[in-house]
Write a protein that binds this ligand. Structure first.
Ligand SMILES: NC(=O)C1=CN([C@@H]2O[C@H](COP(=O)(O)OP(=O)(O)OC[C@H]3O[C@@H](n4cnc5c(N)ncnc54)[C@H](O)[C@@H]3O)[C@@H](O)[C@H]2O)[C@@H](O)CC1
Ligand SMILES: Nc1ncnc2c1ncn2[C@@H]1O[C@H](COP(=O)(O)OP(=O)(O)O)[C@@H](O)[C@H]1O
Ligand SMILES: [K+]
Length: 480
């Protein structure tokens, strides 16, 4: 698992490391790595490094210092470097001196447009982890002129370092070069960061438990249930699906199909779409009602069950079964409107809720807002449940405070029925006995991987996602 630390924690660790390192050493390490990445991008885009033009946008803090030092390193490789100082009187003195010594030039803001327009790469050293809010007007005006690819120093300026939120002018980078450790912006604002490159500066030993996690494919491979010689169809965990209706059988077909594809073992279906489910997935044991569904090790409940009395009774019955439950879609709305259904739940049985922003609002009485990690954590605490907050980046919070972020592979999952597929994946993992937070986080990753594989750069569908689950799992297992 990759750890991600908030800027407060990063700064505290940096202080400890700074106190034990010669003056300027950390910035030298950071900017040397930065310069190498800029040179790499120049070579990729223009076929060379020497003689290429790089413009540095330099703010008033150490982020600008990194950019200036990187400019000095790039001069050694024959790059023409021009620095635009947003606050000349506050530019990092040692960095500025180094750039000047190396033959880099400083251009005024008034002269900067012609330089920016001719640049092969622009380096964004406007602001780093001390940033607050969108770009200020002067910086925003310069950024609006950029046509060349941007390498962001530490993070794209104007994007909130701790939430990834954007609420005004900001930089959109082709590559972000960060130092020492990943920060939340790198997982939560993939669109703005571009490719994220981590340069080691020796910070890791000074950081303890991360604030957020990102699962790697090897983590998923390590926990995804694969049958062993002693297994039979029951021992791997049977998942029950309570979804769909006679009028709307689609949700039932998708959630059930996803569960069939996710793990071996057995899937039971209970509901009004039994005939349709059976005809699409003959391996599923389907009945008309949850009361005669047979034993399962986890339930998925909600997609397409409706939010009326019948849906409520289905949910109440399932919550009382003493097995882990993934409550999705209509089940979320039922819980929001009649929270007393949760009285049926044995407090020790795991519950996973999977709201999108609208369902979150019903559950919590307000939109998730810009800090989606905090929003998911609060809901997890309130409902004593794992909360998977859907969106471009999916955030998975456990009641004990653990949070995983799934950085998407495009936006292919924004297709009708895609949530039903995710639910089926989560249910299968819950039935296998996996920790519910890990189950939800692993399912979210496999979901987006299946989306990317199904799409292959053209739009796909929820059925396409179901069909791509085996390929996604093959890839996960190949990497392990
Ligand atoms: N502390 C360390 O040990 C290291 C720090 N490094 C760099 O230092 C950076 C942090 O430096 P600082 O703490 O000096 O602060 P920053 O460089 O992040 O920003 C400080 C200045 O930016 C201005 N600012 C804030 N929000 C702005 C906005 N929205 N638009 C325009 N300007 C804005 C503020 O007036 C403030 O003076 C890191 O991001 C990283 O790039 C690296 O050199 C690695 C080592
Ligand atoms: N723009 C997007 N980028 C990446 N993933 C997205 C995007 N929009 C939606 N998703 C994902 O697609 C799924 C949609 O689920 P949901 O809203 O329940 O849809 P449905 O009810 O149609 O099944 C969620 O997993 C969500 O995170
Ligand atoms: K920056």
């Amino acid at each position: 698992m990759q750890g991600i630390w908030t800027t407060e924690r990063i700064r505290a660790a940096e202080d400890l490391l700074l106190a034990r390192t010669p003056d300027g050493e950390l910035m030298r390490r950071a900017s040397f790595g930065l310069a190498a990445e800029v040179a790499g991008l120049l070579a990729e885009n223009t076929g060379g490094v020497s003689g290429r033009r790089v413009v540095l946008l330099v703010g008033s803090g150490n982020n600008g210092g990194d950019a200036l030092w990187a400019g000095a390193f790039l001069r050694r490789r024959g790059v023409a470097v021009a620095a635009v100082l947003l606050k000349p009187e506050k530019a990092h003195p040692a960095g500025l001196a180094a750039l000047r010594r190396s033959g880099g030039r400083v251009v005024s803001i008034a002269d900067s447009p012609q330089w920016i327009e001719k640049a092969d790469v622009v380096v964004d050293g406007i602001v780093g982890i001390s940033a607050r809010g969108a770009l200020r007007p002067e910086a925003a005006e310069l950024v609006a002129r950029i046509e060349a690819p941007v390498v962001a120093v530490d993070l794209p300026s104007g994007v909130d370092p701790d939430t990834g939120a954007v609420d005004g002018p900001h930089v959109t980078a082709a590559r972000t070069v960060t130092f020492g450790a990943l920060k939340p912006v790198h997982a939560l604002a993939p669109q703005e960061c571009g490719n994220v490159v981590l340069v080691e500066i020796g910070l890791r030993p000074w950081l303890d438990e991360p604030d957020l996690w990102r699962l790697e494919l090897s983590d998923i491979a390590a926990v995804w249930p694969i049958p062993g010689p002693e297994d039979d169809k029951y021992t791997q965990g049977v998942v029950g699906i309570a979804a769909g209706s006679a009028t709307y059988p689609g949700a039932a077909v998708l959630a059930s199909g996803s569960a069939v594809r996710a793990t071996a073992g057995m899937v039971r279906y209970a509901g009004h779409a039994a005939d349709v489910v059976r005809s699409r997935w003959p391996e599923i044991v389907a009945t008309g009602s949850v009361t005669d569904a047979g034993r399962v090790q986890a339930w998925v409940v909600g997609p397409g069950i409706g939010t009326g009395g019948e849906g409520r009774e289905i949910l109440r019955h399932i919550l009382g079964q003493g097995v882990p439950v993934c409550a999705d879609a209509d089940a979320t709305t039922i819980i929001a409107h009649t929270p007393e259904v949760l009285d049926a739940r044995d407090p020790d049985t795991p519950l996973v809720l999977t709201p999108h922003a609208g369902e979150y609002e019903r559950l919590m009485g307000r939109r998730p807002g810009p800090d989606r990690v905090a929003a998911a954590r609060e809901a997890a605490k309130k409902y004593d449940a794992v909360v998977l907050l859907k969106g471009h980046c999916t955030v998975v919070a456990a009641p004990d405070g653990r949070v995983a972020v799934n950085t998407p592979r495009g936006s292919w999952l924004a297709t009708a029925g895609s949530g039903d597929v995710l639910t089926g994946l989560i249910g299968s993992l819950l039935a296998s006995g996996l920790d519910p937070w890990l189950a939800a986080a692993a399912a979210a990753q496999v979901h987006s991987l299946a989306g990317a594989l199904a799409a292959e750069d053209v739009p796909t569908s929820a059925s396409g996602l179901v069909d791509a689950i085996p390929a996604a799992l093959r890839l996960v297992r190949a990497i392990a």
